[in-house]
Design a protein around this ligand. Structure first.
Ligand code: TRP
Length: 436
């Protein structure tokens, strides 16, 4: 066995973690969920969730990984106390990552398809453009081909290892993503709808907020920070030496939130300039935006930039999902990296076919929706809750202070991790399983 891989630099770690965090959750999910929940009032609640549960659990995951230098299963075993086998939490995480990646790869495949289409340019009537999505979705071979392409690409990146694969790719794709986003924000600022969009994003209307919005805010904040299934434990396990965990967690969460907000600034002015509703739902980027791209001046080039950006974001997230499963196989079965990638890549590819064939379903729910529901509504909050409990209650305060520090900010966040986050997560979990 060769020595465990590690990040080359602190910046490399931050970019890789931001790469994991910034994904479809920020650019595809966040804007339409904000739209659905009435704009900026929801953003306030989302920010509160990031601070009260997101950052504390991000700290917990990085700590657990860094301290144990192991994959999620081994890491939880490392902190074992009492009879209950902590490693179960790790197993749930690895399993959850497998499920998420199986459909995440299919959606990333749609993005590839749309990127190709946007090189040619979107044209035709509104119905025709909207039908592109329905036709693609109903044609299994297109979905399977792109899903295969996406899985193949991320497997190839991971073969290169942590430093030359994940870190190197993140160091190229993340700055490019920042640049493309900047170009699009500048473009959106020139649109008529900008004023209305700004108002929508910053003027809170609390009457649209319900109990459901709070749950949705917490769920989304967890998904977008890649928490609850060991992705950040795995990335933390490649950290060595003197790195401030609190500072890194705050940086990662801030950049992730900023990018989600900027994605909103790009999308809403386009929507408002065309007198459309911001709550267009999951079809927002695949149906509403292409119709607008076809009409807008410069829409052709804007759509190429937009779909490249989403693709970069999705690829770096998909890498982190696969790495969790791969690091588990490498550590637990003492297997080579290539073998681990081939095994896990194939398993996930096969599972993804269920989501790629949209007509296959369980009692009317397509597999893609079913897997998303199981993973993001049940497994992530459960995983987050267990992580918070282990970190808050099974690890002594002294060892945390020793590793993380004792500044006032750190102490407050550790307090939140011990008391506030578990309660919030417990409420979400019980609500999701319908207990109240
Ligand atoms: N955070 C990514 C997004 O916003 C998705 C993602 C990557 C993820 N790794 C994860 C979600 C781990 C949950 C758990 O799209």
């Amino acid at each position: 066995m060769s020595a465990r891989d590690a990040w080359k630099s602190k910046l490399g770690f931050i970019l890789a973690a931001v790469g994991s965090a910034v994904g479809l959750g920020n650019i595809w999910k966040f804007p339409y969920i904000v739209g659905k929940n009435g704009g900026s009032a929801f953003i306030f609640i989302y920010l509160a969730c990031i601070i009260l549960a997101g950052i504390p659990i991000l700290i917990a995951e990085i700590y657990i990984g860094k301290k144990s230098q192991l994959n999620p299963v081994g890491a939880f075993r490392f902190f074992q106390k009492g009879k209950f086998p902590f490693s179960i939490i790790g197993y749930i995480g690895v399993f959850c990552g497998i499920i998420i990646l199986s459909y995440y790869s299919v959606i990333t495949g749609w993005i590839c398809h749309y990127l190709m289409l946007s090189f040619r340019g979107f044209s035709g009537t509104e119905t025709e453009i909207k039908e592109i999505f329905t036709t693609m979705n109903a044609t299994p071979w297109i979905n399977i081909a792109w899903h295969t392409f996406v899985m193949g690409t991320i497997m190839l990146i991971l073969v290169k290892g942590v430093r030359q694969g994940i870190e190197a790719v993140s160091k190229i794709l993340m700055p490019m993503l920042g640049l493309l986003l900047f170009v699009l924000v500048c473009y959106s600022l020139t649109l008529d709808g900008m004023k209305e969009a700004w108002h929508f994003l910053t003027y809170p209307d609390f009457s649209k907020i319900s109990g459901g919005s709070i749950l949705e805010a917490l769920g989304t904040s967890f998904f977008t920070l890649s928490l609850g299934m060991g992705a950040m434990i795995t990335y933390g396990s490649y950290l060595k030496g003197d790195v401030s965990i609190t500072k890194s967690a705050v940086q990662i969460a801030s950049i992730d939130t900023l990018i989600a907000f900027l994605a909103g600034i790009v999308i809403f002015p386009i929507v408002f300039s065309n007198n459309l509703e911001p709550s267009a739902g999951p079809g927002l980027i695949f149906q509403t935006l292409p119709v607008l791209f076809a009409k807008m001046p410069g829409g052709h080039i804007v759509s190429v930039i937009f779909f490249s950006l989403v693709l970069f974001a999705a690829i770096t997230s998909a890498i982190s999902l696969l790495e969790v499963a791969v690091s588990f196989i490498i550590d637990e079965f003492k297997c080579s990296r290539i073998k681990a990638i081939l095994i896990m890549g194939t398993v996930i590819w096969l599972l993804g076919i269920l989501s790629a064939v949209s007509s296959w379903n369980v009692a009317g729910t397509p597999f893609l929706d079913l897997f998303d529901k199981i993973a993001s509504c049940y497994m992530l909050p459960l995983g987050g809750l267990c992580t918070a409990l282990v970190f808050g209650w099974a690890i002594t305060t002294e060892s945390k202070y020793k590793e993380i520090g004792t500044s006032a900010v750190t102490k407050t966040l550790l307090f939140a991790a011990k008391y506030v986050s578990p309660i919030l997560l417990l409420v979400v979990f019980l609500k999701e399983i319908g207990l109240f």
